[in-house]
Design a protein around this ligand. Structure first.
Ligand code: 0PR
Length: 388
């Protein structure tokens, strides 16, 4: 009910705390199935200080707009471009929708079709439905990467573009993007890479010596990349990223906003009014952590993932779905649904999907949390704890 009279601030805060007391928090170490994490303290400060900036009316906040452009350029740079075109958006969903929208608007296909791996995130289902683009799902190979031959077989005159994934939602697998890029160039089609998760992992993991295929603008067929700072970028929600190789992709998705307080602009994002503070937080976190800072975060997450995968492999009744590529470890058990329910009852924030449980080793996940989880899993599976 809408209250007639207002309550005291403290009272309101107290009530909110009570109402959300059963939320799981990242710092509890209990959230093992999320791609978000506890934001870095600097980014929290930035959100507080710049909370009123609205990048939907950039003429009012010209400094913030400049900073957003710099953030986009730094992301583009991380992805192998000197200069990129794009925005800090609400998340991977908006970024993927914008890419599909750009591909559709640039194409003259009568019945637009997009070819994407069966492992693609459900945000593409939203994109397809909203944009009237038919989704053509390409098969996966045994290693869960997309079958590039099947992608080729599915190209028609109506194909508007191809999607490759650098860090799949379920398994963190990276498609053979060099092959997809060659294919896209051969058929003169744009290739979009969904690196919503992998964008803030792969460049650093590669620098650490992990063997992961190229996935970004260094490959000429790649025309757009989704890269989300609110996943491994340590920035608070909402902060997604869409980067295009060329300006024309932005031009075809921009609409005129003629009357804004700050003057008329062409707007490419789906959201109108949108948080400037989060874009500033992206800029600030990149400046503060730098390549070496992110590399260290990724080093820990990758090492812990490999340790965790090793422990799971030792546990009877558990099947690792595949060796981890990034910092995502997925496994299956007998009676998976029951095991999932039991784990949830014990307070673990996990979910089973496509026949397995996915654990995302985000920066808030520490070895002691995983040890606790493994202990519970063993008990649930009825394994003699002392026996192994
Ligand atoms: N692309 C990929 C590869 C993704 O994994 C995701 C989200 C998206 C796009 C969409 O990103 P937004 O959710 O930012 O729009 N993947 C996670 C998932 O579906 C999102 C998530 C995050 C889910 C935190 C749960 C959670 O607690 O699993």
């Amino acid at each position: 009910m809408f209250p007639r009279n207002g309550a005291e601030e403290e009272e309101v805060l107290e009530e909110l705390r009570r109402k959300t007391a059963d939320d799981l928090t990242f710092d509890s170490g209990r959230i093992l199935g999320s791609m978000c994490t506890h934001p870095h303290p600097l980014s929290v400060k930035i959100i507080e200080e710049f909370i009123d900036r609205n990048l939907g009316d950039p003429g009012l906040h010209v400094g913030s707009q400049r900073v957003e452009r710099e953030a986009v350029d730094m992301l583009a740079n991380l992805l192998g471009l000197e200069r990129g075109y794009g925005h800090i958006v609400s998340g991977g969903t908006e970024a993927n929708i914008l890419a599909v929208r750009a591909f559709r608007n640039l194409s003259d296909a009568e019945k637009p079709e997009l070819i994407l791996p069966k492992s693609a995130h459900f945000s593409f289902i939203k994109a397809g439905e909203m944009l009237g683009v038919k989704l053509v799902w390409a098969e996966l190979k045994e290693d869960y990467t997309v079958n590039v031959k099947d992608v080729e077989d599915k190209i028609t005159d109506n194909t508007i573009g191809i999607v490759g994934i650098a860090g799949t939602t379920g398994l963190g697998v990276v498609d053979d993007i060099p092959a997809l890029s060659d294919l896209a160039l051969d058929y003169d089609l744009p290739l979009h890479i969904d690196a919503a998760f992998g964008g803030f992992v792969i460049p650093f993991a590669k620098a650490l010596g992990y063997e992961i295929p190229d996935f970004d603008f260094r490959l000429k067929g790649v025309k757009s990349v989704t890269i989300d700072p609110h996943k491994m970028g340590m920035v608070p929600i909402p902060a997604g990223g869409i980067i295009f190789r060329e300006r024309k992709y932005m031009d075809v998705i921009s609409v005129l906003a003629p009357y804004l307080a700050g003057g008329r602009i062409w707007q490419a994002t789906i959201t109108g009014t949108r948080p400037g503070a989060n874009a500033l937080a992206v800029w600030a976190m990149i400046k503060h952590l730098g390549f070496e800072g992110y590399k260290e975060i990724v080093r820990k997450a990758m090492e812990l993932s490999r340790w965790f995968a090793g422990e799971l492999k030792k546990m009877p009744g558990v099947r690792l779905i595949r060796e981890p590529v990034l910092n995502i470890v997925s496994f299956s058990t007998e009676n998976l649904e029951t095991v999932e329910g039991e784990l949830k009852k014990r307070g673990w924030g996990i979910s089973a999907h496509r026949g397995y449980i996915r654990i995302v080793i985000m920066p808030h996940v520490k070895r002691e949390h995983l040890k606790g989880f493994l202990g519970d899993l063993k008990e649930i599976l009825g394994v003699d704890v002392n026996g192994c």
